[in-house]
Design a protein around this ligand. Structure first.
Ligand code: X5A
Ligand code: ZN
Length: 575
């Protein structure tokens, strides 16, 4: 059932000590799985190290129950894998296999094997079992298993896509079949890795006890793992019909707004009806902004919101297991945001694009159409307007970040530093401060004629909505800003801009000083020199003023990613 949970204030350490409830599993031995000749590979040991280091430096590990890894037992792995396959994985790291190992790996799709692979695979699976058992028993409220190799592509008798054992599927089967005493009868698996969880889907395709939900890039069947398995028409079979939900993106670049829309219009309503006893998250972070394989743009804030919404179900019994995710900074910051959400800290500062793609509406409609027979809540007409209903994500409060010329990774860091700096500040309040400052602006033209019912959020109406784009630093220079709209290149740009979808010039340009401090992402960057990228500090300041140049443009001009790609953190205000 959905229960109202209010976020608690941060407790002092000694008070929190007695109530540690979030488990973290990490084990260095999982780093022993690596490419045999030390070739570079995106799925490498640094991934889990980076996550662990980040949690330590953010002083998060000491607020959690830290557990070391545990190897899975064969009989539990055998719940979803064939004995023949288990035997192969079991022995493939042994000396006897030194000469055959590479050949075996090459017979699978996107797999490498070395002397450490077997142990890591057993630890990854066993650690997710361990975390799940403790959460199911109520010993932990929730848990995060920082494991590798990942699991969701692994099928009953096949390794693939960097995955050996299907860690999450093994844990789900374990709870349902081996531990009926724990009372977990229905499990929701949320797979937000950018790739389809083909292995997990197959393992529970006919099983109504497991609702498998996967949102992934599909690109009409051309994105890994390719083929039709990830299609929205794959809804389960037999008794399991209706218990398999795929949300297949048509293209990359999907971000917070697209995921929030899917949560709001598919996952959350279905979860409410399914009423899971436990949620397992196949937590890949390759849909995060900055990932080299995924091409999507979920921010740490986006992950924290997605997590937060799931915490309303299953009495908060959530186990998140790492799957993919290949930008070390992105995965570290994203996992940190998820753990912070599980700890029920104050929400981190938001920074999302507000508008879902038009294709997102199409995808959501298709999924709902396919499944509304089984989930009546999905048969309601899809609202034409509001996507983000809660206050934190209302469009008028938008602060949006996006990558600038070749600096996206650094911006991710800067963004997380900003979040850190603001962690003590109430977000809604501070954002409102800025909005207030800006609302004093006289809008010099007739206001828009869009419906007064509320903001319209789908891209089809974006060209009718005007916004104020607030720029600081180099973007205050008009010729530079115009390049974003019209295309072209000025001094200081590394490559030409391709221009925006709506190329109309700003309708108005206003200079304004606001009572806020400028915040600098870091001490120095090659492109921008000392200070790096500037952000407007959301907290109002009595003493400091920042000068900004506001451009009035349509949200279509702003939202189209070819332009957004060229911008830095900006402040927007719907007129
Ligand atoms: C777990 C995961 C990706 C495999 C991509 C292969 N696998 N090209 O993210
Ligand atoms: Zn993936």
């Amino acid at each position: 059932m959905e229960t109202a949970t209010t976020s608690k204030p941060n407790l002092p350490n000694d008070q929190e000590e007695s109530s540690k409830q979030v488990g973290l599993i990490y084990d260095e031995r999982m780093c022993k799985h690596s490419t045999p000749d030390g070739e570079d590979h995106p799925e490498n040991p640094l991934r889990i190290k980076a996550i662990w280091n980040k949690l330590q430096s953010a002083r998060i590990t000491q607020r959690c129950v830290v557990l070391s890894g545990k190897e899975a037992e064969d009989k539990h792995i055998a719940l979803v894998h064939t004995q023949r396959y288990i035997d192969l994985i079991k022995k493939v790291s042994s000396k006897r296999y030194d000469s055959r190992r590479e050949k075996i790996a090459s017979e699978f799709n996107s797999i490498y094997l070395n002397e450490g692979s077997t142990e890591a695979a057993y630890l990854a699976a066993g650690s997710v079992i361990e975390a799940s058992e403790r959460v199911a028993r109520g010993e932990l409220k929730s848990a995060v298993a920082i494991v590798r190799p990942p699991g969701h592509h692994a099928e009953a008798d096949e390794a693939m896509g960097f995955c050996l054992y299907n860690n999450v599927a093994i844990a789900a089967s374990f709870l349902l079949n081996e531990r009926p005493d724990l009372g977990i009868q229905r499990i929701l698996i949320v797979d937000w890795d950018v790739h389809h969880g083909n292995g997990t889907q197959k393992m529970f395709y006919k099983d109504p006890r497991v609702l498998f939900f996967s949102v992934h890039r599909f690109d009409f069947g051309t994105f890994y793992p390719t083929g039709d398995d990830g299609s929205h028409t794959m809804i389960g079979e037999g008794l399991g019909t209706g218990y398999n939900i795929n949300v297949p993106w048509e293209h990359g670049q999907c971000g917070d707004a697209d995921y929030f829309a899917v949560w709001e219009h598919i996952l959350i309503p279905v979860a409410r009806e399914f009423a899971p006893d436990m949620i397992l998250i196949s937590g890949g972070f390759d849909a995060a902004v900055g990932d080299p394989l995924g091409g999507c743009r979920i921010t740490p804030y986006g992950y924290s919101v997605m997590m937060n919404k799931l915490m309303k179900f299953a009495q908060g019994k959530i186990v998140m297991a790492l799957e993919g995710g290949y930008n070390l900074d992105s995965i570290a910051n994203s996992v940190l945001a998820c753990v912070t959400a599980l700890l029920e800290d104050r929400p981190i500062i938001g920074s999302s694009e507000v508008y879902p793609f038009e294709s997102t509406r199409r995808v959501i409609k298709a999924v709902r159409g396919e499944l509304s027979v089984f989930w009546p809540t999905l048969s309601d007409e899809l609202p034409n307007d509001l996507v983000l209903t809660n206050k934190e994500t209302a469009p008028v409060e938008l602060i949006s970040r996006s990558d600038s010329d070749a600096e996206s990774d650094e911006d991710v860091n800067a963004q997380s530093q900003l979040s850190e700096a603001l962690s003590e500040v109430n977000r809604v309040d501070v954002v409102q401060n800025i909005i207030q400052d800006l609302s004093m602006l006289k809008v010099d033209e007739a206001t828009n004629d869009h419906d007064a019912d509320g903001p319209l959020l789908w891209r089809s109406v974006l060209s009718k909505i005007d916004i104020w784009y607030g720029s600081f630093g180099s973007n205050m220079w008009k010729p530079r800003f115009l390049c974003y709209i019209e295309g072209g290149k000025v001094d200081g740009m590394q490559k030409p801009c391709s221009g925006s979808m709506d190329r109309s010039s700003p309708k108005s340009i206003v200079w304004k000083s606001v009572p806020h401090q400028l915040f600098f992402g870091r001490s120095h960057t090659s492109t921008w020199g000392p200070g790096g990228v500037a952000f407007l500090h959301p907290q109002s300041s009595n003493t400091e003023r920042s000068y900004m140049c506001l451009y009035k443009i349509t949200s279509m001009t702003y939202c189209f990613r070819r332009m957004v790609k060229m911008c830095r953190l900006h402040l927007l205000c719907l007129t």
